[in-house]
Design a protein around this ligand. Structure first.
Ligand code: SF4
Length: 250
């Protein structure tokens, strides 16, 4: 088994709250650290925590701390136990963060082992295309963000998103983009053109900014107009807010 380690925040079982697999039960492995700094981010802290919280029983929040960085055998031991005790419960293992691909060298060794337990679902900000290329053979699903300047304040990432789409296109792939009351039509057009240049059947999720209580502040009329605009370019455009927020952060 790999000797490589990674700084992680937590490992737990919950319901996927966003995107095309919303509602399915997954195991979430949350990595520390991100290469971006989105205005709406509430997950990234500058320094890794001293410990990673590992759930003992799926969904019971009976966490036990493990010193960071965490070794692969700690993760695999839990997954094996859960697959034995609750066969069929989990659809897949969600690699989330932060940005999991910052750990791509570790993932090259971890993923073949983890994938023996569950299919691999990658949640990514969609810019580290070289890192993705190094692990893409071990990944089943890709949930990729396209960051709009109006909501993320991350600047111009269009070329990097395009390259990322090229690498991810042969996987079960969808794109998610956060929209708010300040989102402009040109941003949705640019997003759709970027996706359609690769494949117009890649689904796009418009995700209204959702506050901690589950409130959505973007006017409904604007959401409908942005969806109508996107449907001129793409075959499948869905509006899905962050459902785990109004279910109490499951
Ligand atoms: S990409 Fe995700 S984790 Fe990184 S800063 Fe943006 S919202 Fe936070």
């Amino acid at each position: 088994m790999s000797n490589r380690t990674a700084d992680c925040i937590e490992l737990f079982s919950s319901i996927q709250g966003e995107g095309m697999l919303v509602g399915l039960r997954q195991v979430f492995l949350r990595f520390h650290g991100c290469n971006l700094s989105c205005d709406y981010c509430d997950t990234v802290s500058p320094a890794p925590p001293a410990v990673c919280q590992l759930e003992g029983t799926p969904g019971r929040r009976d966490f036990l701390p493990a010193a960071n960085p965490v070794a692969l055998n700690r993760i695999v031991g839990i997954l094996e136990g859960w697959e034995r005790g609750w066969p069929g419960l989990h659809h897949s293992l969600s690699l989330t963060g932060g940005e999991p691909l910052l750990n791509h060298e570790t993932l090259q060794e971890w993923l073949p082992v983890l994938r023996r337990q569950l299919p691999i679902y990658l949640e990514t900000n969609g810019v580290l295309h070289s890192a993705l290329e190094s692990v893409i053979q071990h990944i089943d699903h890709v949930s990729m963000d396209i960051k709009l300047p109006s909501t993320s304040n991350c600047g111009d990432l269009w070329d990097r998103h395009r390259e990322f789409l090229r690498v991810a296109r042969d996987k079960k792939l969808f794109v998610k983009t956060v929209i708010g009351s300040c989102t402009e039509e040109w941003e949705i057009s640019r997003t759709c053109e970027t996706i359609a240049a690769i494949d117009r059947t890649i689904p796009l999720i418009l995700q209204p900014v959702t506050d901690r209580e589950g409130g959505v502040s973007i006017p409904p009329k604007l959401v409908l107009e942005l969806q109508e605009l996107a449907c001129r370019y793409l075959a499948e455009v869905r509006v899905i807010p962050q459902t785990h927020r109004f279910m109490g952060q499951l």
